[in-house]
Write a protein of this length. Structure first.
Length: 89
């Protein structure tokens, strides 16, 4: 019988990465909307830039935690881009 090596922590880390990516997407969309409308003030720019960087960094950190967890399961290797879907172990 084949089993995929995933657990509730995999699910939690992926969920947090998804939520963080959505937050970053929201900040990114705000920047795009400002560009389209041409209504960005200097104050908007000064607050949006750090917010975009923060949400990007948070999303990257959750994604890295998820990746490290999968490496811990043996589903990924640090240098690998390939996911091992199942194991006979
Ligand atoms: Zn897991």
């Amino acid at each position: 019988m084949l089993h995929t090596k995933i657990c509730s922590e995999c699910e939690r880390l992926l969920y947090n990465a998804v939520v963080a990516m959505r937050e970053h997407e929201k900040d990114f969309k705000s920047a795009v909307d400002f560009n389209v409308s041409g209504g960005m003030t200097e104050e908007d720019r000064q607050s949006l830039g750090p917010r975009l960087a923060d949400s990007f960094t948070t999303a990257q950190a959750w994604w890295d935690a998820y990746r490290e967890h999968l490496i811990g399961h043996g589903l990924l290797t640090p240098a690998s881009k390939v996911i091992r879907m199942a194991s006979t172990e």
